[in-house]
Design a protein around this ligand. Structure first.
Ligand code: HEM
Length: 487
């Protein structure tokens, strides 16, 4: 393994990196620099080589685009343009413009995942996250049914049960260790919540100290690319999408696909025991209504494949993001004992007014915990940026710029969340800034974004986080580890 790692590093540093840098250099288009300037928009130049250099220094895209956003801010502009890998990129800073892009004029745009097209990946391309155009509109409209407030209320019982299991897990851990890994506990919690609410499975991670089969499957996605043999796939999928689709090439490891396929098959073979309210059933009926025998649209997709892809596609964006949020809430509460005491008071009052238990309505009545979670989302948003790609010409409001098809927009959520023009003293953790809700932070606070393509699971994420905090703070005091240094 160590040898393989060394080879991988050498190949990346001395072969791939120079090759990509050369490619970036060759595709720079000097004429492109007039694009923004001629419309009177600040142009930050072609950043391709700089982007690759930063990437090789392991600077994340979140940090990179936040720095770009800050350059726009320092210039006192409300938007700016730059070039990257042959694309013209727009970086908006004004909440009004961001609102137009995400909501009012959303029909001009698709989501850009990354610069890699997944059209040829037979699993990833069918997930809600990657679907584009008409296919996305139809599927999203059907999936929304699984995330309405009344459907989230139905999930409450499962989340509540897992909140209690989280306490038991933590109790067992504190008996063994003086200092425990809270992030690990939060991950087990969100893993089990996702398993039970999205896949109908009792995944039992909180009852097991070591990793369960489901945890291994989730983890495998991130270790797939440790395997050098998989490195050819992204390029192949990008450049030969039809051949890739024909031979069912996917970036997703076969063992992972097999796991979700088994869940899909169980649902398809379980006609009698079918509960139309659970998410697996919603995915299946979406396929039947849209593409099945008497479906509204033709599709060459196979039912089992489509369901498999969409189960995988709903698990993927939810469990780690929510784990990050819960862990970051614990981190800030450990640093701010006064805030922790105040949240605990609210939680204790809620338990006591409810026969020492929680119910959905009571949890929703709590306000201070919401303020704390929102302030954590502002400072430590699990997602740092979102992108849009222009699919029909777009005259940018109040400017002379008309975006052309293929232009990319990068909205830096961190840039917005730390912009002192919108959030006073942004470096300071202050839940009070959310005392009148999130409304007055319109489009300068966007952890789940807004508009038709926003996060479909935001209500679920907020419920999970609140429940985890309720059970943890009711039973434990969070303190900062002695030996760790904090940023
Ligand atoms: C704290 C937790 C979470 C955060 C911060 C978060 C944030 C986001 C963001 C920023 C987007 C992109 C929105 C855009 O492009 O405008 C997104 C999309 C998405 N999220 Fe979440 N998310 C979280 C939890 C969840 C959960 C729990 C689920 C599922 C149960 C979920 C499912 C999705 C899906 C399917 C999409 C793609 C929606 C579409 O393209 O129509 N997310 N999320």
């Amino acid at each position: 393994m160590a040898l393989l790692e060394k080879i991988t590093k050498l190949v990346s540093r001395y072969f791939l990196l120079p090759l990509v840098t050369l490619y970036m250099y060759l595709i720079q288009n000097p004429k492109s620099r007039e694009y923004y300037k001629s419309a009177g928009i600040l142009d930050l130049g072609d950043v391709s080589i700089n982007y690759v250099n930063n990437f090789s220094r392991q600077i994340s895209s979140t940090t990179y685009w936040m720095e770009m956003y800050n350059r726009v801010k320092e210039a006192g502009a409300s938007l700016a343009g730059c070039g990257l890998a042959g694309h013209d990129i727009l970086i908006p800073r004004s909440p009004a413009l961001i609102k137009s892009i995400l909501v009012k004029d959303a029909s001009h745009f698709d989501r850009v995942g990354n610069l890699l097209s997944l059209k040829g990946d037979y699993i990833a391309s069918k997930t809600l996250l990657c679907l584009q155009g008409e296919d996305w509109t139809k599927t999203r409209a059907k999936f929304e049914a699984a995330f309405t407030p009344s459907k989230i209320r139905r999930n409450f019982v499962q989340v509540d049960k897992l909140g209690k299991e989280l306490v038991q897990y933590l109790n067992r851990e504190v008996e063994k260790e003086a200092q425990i890994n809270f992030g690990q506990a939060a991950l087990k919690f969100t893993t089990d919540v996702t398993g039970s609410t999205m896949l109908n499975l009792d995944t039992g991670s909180l009852r097991t100290r070591g990793p369960t089969r489901f945890e291994e499957i989730l983890d495998k996605l991130f270790s797939s690319f440790d395997n050098f043999a998989n490195w050819w796939k992204p390029g192949f999928i990008q450049w030969f999408p039809r051949i890739a689709t024909y031979f069912k090439v996917t970036l997703v490891d076969e063992e992972i696909v097999e796991f979700y396929r088994n869940v899909a098959q169980f649902e398809m073979n379980n006609e009698k025991g079918r509960d139309r309210n659970n998410f697996v059933s919603v995915v299946r009926s979406t396929w039947e209504e849209l593409y099945g025998n008497r479906g509204l649209y033709d599709s060459s997709d196979h039912e089992e494949e489509w369901i498999t892809a969409n189960l995988f596609g709903m698990v993927l964006p939810g469990y780690k993001t929510t784990e990050t949020l819960i862990a970051m809430c614990a981190y800030v509460l450990a640093l701010h004992q006064d805030v922790q005491d105040k949240v605990r008071d609210e939680i204790n009052a809620t338990f006591e007014s409810n026969q020492d238990d929680l119910d959905f309505a009571a949890v929703n009545r709590m306000t201070y915990i919401d303020m704390v979670i929102n302030e954590t989302l502002r400072m430590y948003s699990p997602i740092g940026l979102v992108g849009r790609v222009c699919k029909k010409e777009y005259p940018v409001p109040d400017t002379n710029l008309v975006l052309k098809v293929g232009d990319v927009i990068i909205i830096s959520l961190y840039g917005l969340h730390y912009d002192e023009e919108y959030h006073e003293n942004p470096e300071i953790f202050d839940p009070e800034r959310f005392s009148s809700g999130v409304k007055n932070k319109d489009f300068s606070f966007l952890p789940f974004t807004q508009g038709p393509r926003n996060c479909i699971g935001s209500r679920m994420a907020m419920l999970e986080t609140k429940m985890a905090l309720c059970y943890v703070l009711r039973n434990f005091k969070l303190t900062r580890p002695q030996k760790l240094s904090f940023p």
